[in-house]
Design a protein around this ligand. Structure first.
Ligand code: SF4
Length: 129
């Protein structure tokens, strides 16, 4: 993987459990500027880094997120990447997202972001932007 900003090159490997997802390139119709390893689960906004296990240091340090979601003890449990893609392994957060965030109307991003913060704060999470 070549980083055009830092000129660093890192060898990465597609995670074995994400090979099929990696082969689906349909995301680039919607997000042509997305990282070549970023994918949505088909028909959803659930997002994955398909090289998560070997992702470059810069991704491990900064990740590609625009919202960070912390649980009640301040532990990072999720992040929102690109426009509205949730990455999490927290089952409760996943459920809230599917039931309360996914159905939100496709408002402009400021309105959508405020609603996400409101819903997640009410559920006990903290959102950093
Ligand atoms: S963390 Fe994001 S930017 Fe880094 S390799 Fe994965 S999808 Fe790409």
């Amino acid at each position: 993987m070549y980083n055009q900003y830092t000129s660093d090159e890192t060898e990465v490997f597609v995670d074995p459990d994400k090979r099929e997802l990696f082969l689906d390139k349909s995301i680039f119709k919607k997000l042509p500027e997305a990282c070549p390893f970023f994918r949505h689960m088909p028909e959803s906004e659930m997002a994955y880094c398909t090289v998560h296990s070997t992702r470059p240091d810069i991704c491990q340090d900064f990740s590609c997120w625009r919202m960070l979601i912390l649980n009640h003890i301040g532990r990072r449990v999720g992040r929102v990447m690109f426009r509205r893609s949730l990455v999490t392994e927290d089952a409760f957060l996943n459920r809230i997202w599917e039931e309360c965030i996914d159905p939100l109307p496709d408002n402009d991003d400021t309105v959508w972001d405020k609603e996400v913060v409101r819903v997640l704060t009410r559920a006990g999470y903290t959102v950093r932007q």
